[in-house]
Design a protein. Structure first.
Length: 192
């Protein structure tokens, strides 16, 4: 299921980029999470984020949220979801340093993954970010393209797609969930 021989040696100099829907929370496929009431953490995601907090120096979320641009949800609702998610993660011993959302409807928008705008914003806010010392974890090929355009190591989660045959040009590692990948990053006794 995974390729471990390509796993980089990560330390606090590294940055973790995470997609949101389907990675941290259960994705509403074909729809949008429009309020905090609809947000449900994936099984093990809180434990994964606590574990990853001890490994990575910076952890950011980069998420396409076209529902705002389409008028399906408000910017205030999206902010509330992001803030509550960050607070809940922190209460469980994890950390998300910042959440970047692209609300544009156009695939041509600089910030909409796989375009690199949100990554460049993160680097502006956290100048120590080195994309070659960064990992992108997501559950869509656009997440993998985003990571590779910025020279990141990529981890594909099979939460909505069948596993891809590896090796794959865009995917360095592949797991069924964030907690499965987090467990692969540390000795078993460190994972909650």
């Amino acid at each position: 299921m995974n390729l471990t021989e390509q796993k980089p040696e990560v330390n606090k100099d590294w940055t973790l980029f995470l997609d949101r829907d389907g990675v941290i929370n259960v994705e509403s496929v074909g729809s949008y999470i429009t309020s905090w009431d609809e947000f449900t953490f994936h099984d093990g995601a809180q434990d994964a984020l606590r574990t990853l907090n001890s490994i990575f120096g910076t952890i950011v979320v980069v998420s396409n949220q076209r529902g705002v641009g389409r008028g399906i949800m408000t910017m205030d609702a999206l902010r509330e979801i992001s803030n509550n998610m960050k607070s809940s993660v922190a209460e469980h011993g994890g950390r998300i340093d910042k959440v970047y959302n692209c609300i544009a409807t156009s695939d041509d928008d600089h910030n909409r993954k796989p375009n690199t705008g949100m990554g460049l914003q993160a680097q502006e806010d956290f100048p120590a970010i080195d994309f070659k010392r960064s990992i992108m974890v997501g559950n869509s090929i656009s997440d993998m393209e985003f990571g590779k355009k910025l020279s990141m190591h990529t981890v594909f989660l099979t939460t909505k797609h069948e596993p891809f045959a590896l090796p794959h040009d865009l995917i360095d590692e592949q797991y069924e969930s964030l907690i499965a990948w987090a467990r692969s990053m540390v000795p078993a006794e460190m994972v909650g």
